[in-house]
Design a protein around this ligand. Structure first.
Ligand SMILES: CCCCC/C=C/C(=O)SCCNC(=O)CCNC(=O)[C@H](O)C(C)(C)COP(=O)(O)OP(=O)(O)OC[C@H]1O[C@@H](n2cnc3c(N)ncnc32)[C@H](O)[C@@H]1OP(=O)(O)O
Ligand SMILES: NC(=O)C1=CN([C@@H]2O[C@H](COP(=O)(O)OP(=O)(O)OC[C@H]3O[C@@H](n4cnc5c(N)ncnc54)[C@H](OP(=O)(O)O)[C@@H]3O)[C@@H](O)[C@H]2O)C=CC1
Length: 281
């Protein structure tokens, strides 16, 4: 799909790059020739993925055990990265999320999500941007949000609020940092199975309909599809795209806009449609 070496000369930090979608983003860019840095809280996960990244072709891989809720730890990590050579890109991917009734959330529970998604992304973005501006270097920040950033989502309110903040950050900085040749972009994934998302967000009994029925294309996303989109957006081929959020969800968000009450219509028979047309449904 891409020319060989599309990402040669690039050095990209993927937060939460040890597992889930972040791992897939890192692997795809490694295949395309980028130097990769990943961070997360679990050292063993990072160690294992680092080996996979080298096998995939990354010219170099660095790993940092770093909790992105901790601004000082992030600064230390960025100093250590820069000591070996500046990043050209940052992917704000790490996230925390769980389903809960919002009125029952404790302040700590709200903070657990907001501190990772909103504060962590802002800390990492400013840590990179400050260094790029001081060094007169260009850069790209890609943040992984969700359609909840624009449409909201019941039962995951701290995550929806945090993702909305990250999207606002993306659009704001596209303007403020554009003159420094720093691009800020976002992707809004639909359903891409990962242990983290499915473990925290899809408890038994929560699926009233088969998951694929939530999606107009009638299937869940494949990691390669979003990893290719992310690689393109991180590459120089996307050099004139900034402040934009690309939704990659098989049309799911548009369906949500119709409300869950429309789901039954997909199985309507001709007779049912005829009855509805006559106002007897
Ligand atoms: C399928 C559709 C996809 C939609 C968009 C997808 C978005 C995603 O982000 S998917 C990514 C999901 N992945 C993860 O969440 C992985 C990382 N998650 C975590 O580390 C934890 O789940 C965390 C977010 C809770 C943070 O962990 P930690 O800092 O260790 O937090 P504690 O376990 O100490 O809990 C802090 C606080 O939160 C309360 N809490 C935790 N889970 C729940 C819950 N399910 N319901 C209600 N409250 C919860 C916990 O009780 C603590 O509060 P206090 O009791 O007041 O101390
Ligand atoms: N999967 C999906 O369908 C969707 C995903 N998304 C978004 O995509 C991104 C990836 O999601 P997904 O791969 O499913 O999630 P996972 O839970 O599978 O992965 C999350 C990653 O973030 C890391 N992480 C979590 N908290 C921290 C922290 N405090 N500091 C550093 N690293 C942390 C985790 O590593 P560790 O635990 O070792 O710290 C893990 O590697 C997220 O931004 C999510 O909101 C959006 C919509 C749908």
């Amino acid at each position: 799909m891409f020319r060989d070496g599309l990402m040669s000369g690039k050095k990209v930090l993927v937060t939460g790059g040890g597992s889930g979608l972040g791992r897939s983003f890192a692997l795809r860019q490694a295949e395309l020739g980028a130097e990769i840095v990943i961070c997360g809280r679990r050292q063993a996960v990072l160690d294992e993925t680092a080996q996979d990244l080298l096998r995939a072709g990354a010219p170099s891989v660095d790993i940092f055990s770093c909790d992105i809720r901790d601004a000082a730890a992030i600064d230390e990590m960025f100093d250590a990265i820069w000591a070996k050579g500046p990043l050209t890109g940052l992917i704000n991917n790490a996230a925390g999320n769980f389903v809960a009734r919002t009125e029952r959330l404790s302040p700590k529970a709200m903070d657990a999500v907001l501190n990772i998604v909103l504060h962590g992304s802002l800390y990492c973005t400013t840590a990179a941007g400050r260094r790029w501006i001081e060094g007169g270097q260009p850069g790209t920040v890609l943040s992984v949000v969700s359609s909840a950033a624009t449409s909201g989502r019941a039962f995951t309110v701290p995550s929806a609020a945090a993702k909305a903040g990250v999207l606002a950050m993306t659009k704001s900085l596209a303007v403020e940092w554009g003159p420094y040749n720093i691009r800020t972009v976002a992707v809004a994934p639909g359903l891409f199975p990962t242990e983290g998302a499915w473990g925290n967000l899809r408890p038994d009994g929560s699926d009233k309909i088969p998951q694929a029925m939530e999606v107009p294309l009638r299937r869940l996303g494949d990691h390669s599809e979003i990893a290719n989109l992310v690689a393109y957006l991180m590459s120089d081929e996307a050099g004139y795209i900034s402040g934009e959020c690309v939704t990659i969800d098989g049309g799911r968000d548009l369906l949500g806009g119709g409300g869950s009450g429309i789901l039954g219509f997909f199985d309507f028979t001709d007779a049912q449609w005829e009855t509805a047309r006559k106002g007897k449904g």
